[in-house]
Design a protein around this ligand. Structure first.
Ligand code: NAI
Ligand code: NA
Length: 397
């Protein structure tokens, strides 16, 4: 079929298999262009492995230190005349490359929050790998059905305590407008923590430890975000921030539970990037388009793969102590948070309106990153021609 983008708000309903494949190949080539990560992970489970930071973690593990990888994700397979989701095609491409390189790579497509998918994943690890030495937790989801209560929780992105009013941009049209978001109720806060907090990460580690599939010295890492004062009312001090506080607190609990096997649980605070998860958050796309402009000018812009490569090489597997901040978190958002970078973004923020944004912001970069998420506008890919939408994931269990 000929696959064209069909955009609805902050999602794209279609994905392009060749574009997704090229994105994955580009990420693999980036990792291959760097030196091998000495002492890097060997057997890895990535939960949320099909897009964004999780996919980059899987690629960095496999092509940075020849790791065997198991990926868990929730993606839509293709049907005749209906393309699969981008994460499906990304995984198909990743596994094709991994298998050609002689690397073990298998995946499980299903709800990571469920007992069933945890059990299936653990059984696969037991059978094929025995144990894993790295568990990356990189889920981003708007809902979670609690495996014990059966209750379906929905997360919201809202401020807490008071109405938040600020600028936002429709990144398709470039129109900057003011948005007001009403504060969350206590119930909405609790639901957001249920979905994006640390309980599920803790469940994964508990169940994996009980099944003896965590190697001695295992490392587990989950991803968080902080960001600047500009966005904190809607992000870090809002509902999602409460969930991240919970996730970060969970790291300490898991860490204690792993002591007897010399294991470690860590949070990595990553940079703001265009992903399917972040484009749904108001105000953030405007912030990102200004941030991209400043960071590209400074020559310090990074995408998911550059972030995770630096995380592995310079933080997690640097051969010495892992540097952390005063709250025990690994910081790979250091360049985003540099005072000179934030001062420039603050200045641009004041000027940002529909007219100015085209020149002071990197809206074009935002848009092309967004299109690229779904395999569109990827350099070197020919669009508008027949492609096979029925691409399969070779390592799917
Ligand atoms: P993403 O949307 O690109 O990836 C989410 C992944 O979770 C996908 O692999 C998806 O298939 C999987 N997933 C979602 N629901 C699932 C379910 N029920 N069962 C199994 N798999 C499921 O998101 P992104 O941006 O890579 O986010 C990953 C983590 O990084 C999140 O914790 C996010 O808060 C964090 N982060 C994101 C930043 C950003 O700017 N995008 C910045 C810093 C941290
Ligand atoms: Na991810």
């Amino acid at each position: 079929m000929i696959i064209e983008p069909r955009i609805r708000g902050f999602i794209c309903l279609t994905s392009h298999p060749q574009g997704c494949e090229q994105n994955v190949i580009n990420q693999i080539n980036y990792i291959k262009s760097k030196k091998a990560i000495d002492g890097g992970p060997v057997k890895v489970l990535v939960i949320g492995a099909s897009t964004g930071f999780g996919l980059a973690s899987r690629i960095t593990s496999a092509f940075g230190s020849d790791a065997s990888t198991v990926g868990v994700y929730f993606e839509k397979p293709p049907a005749p005349g209906k393309p699969g989701s981008a994460g499906w095609y990304n995984t198909a491409a990743f596994e094709k490359q991994a298998h050609e390189a002689g690397l073990y790579a298998k995946s499980i497509n299903g709800d990571a929050f469920s007992d069933e998918i945890k059990a299936k994943t653990i059984a696969l690890i037991k059978k094929d790998l025995g144990q894993v030495d790295l568990v990356v937790y990189s889920l981003a989801s708007p809902r979670r059905t609690h495996p014990k209560t059966g209750v379906a929780h929905n997360s919201v992105i809202k401020p807490i305590g008071e109405v938040f009013t600020n600028k936002t941009v429709d990144f398709h049209t470039g129109v900057v407008s003011e948005i007001s978001i009403n504060p969350a109720t206590e119930e909405e806060i609790a639901n957001t923590v249920e979905v994006m907090g640390g309980e599920d990460w803790g469940m994964w580690i508990d169940e994996m430890k009980a099944a003896n599939v965590l190697a001695n010295g295992v490392l587990t890492v989950a991803y968080s975000y902080i960001g600047p004062a500009l966005t904190e009312k809607v992000y870090r001090k809002g509902t999602i921030g409460r969930a991240k506080d919970h996730l970060e607190a969970t790291a300490f609990e898991i860490n204690d539970k792993l002591k007897d096997i010399d294991g470690k649980a860590l949070i990595s605070v990553n940079k703001a990037l265009v992903t399917q998860a972040s484009s749904a958050i108001p105000v953030i796309p405007l912030y990102i388009s200004l941030l991209y402009k400043v960071m590209k000018e400074e020559g310090i812009h990074e995408g998911c793969i550059e972030q995770i490569q630096r995380l592995f090489e310079q933080r997690l597997y640097n051969g010495g102590t892992i540097p952390t901040d005063e709250k025990g978190r690994v910081r790979i958002d250091d360049w985003e948070m540099r005072p000179d970078v934030q001062a420039k973004v603050d200045e641009l923020w004041k000027e940002a309106d529909t007219e100015a944004l085209a020149s002071i912001g990197d809206l074009a970069g935002y848009r092309s990153d967004f299109m690229n998420l779904f395999g569109f506008e990827v350099p070197g890919v020919t669009y508008g021609i027949e492609v096979d939408e029925m691409v399969q994931v070779s390592g799917l269990v």
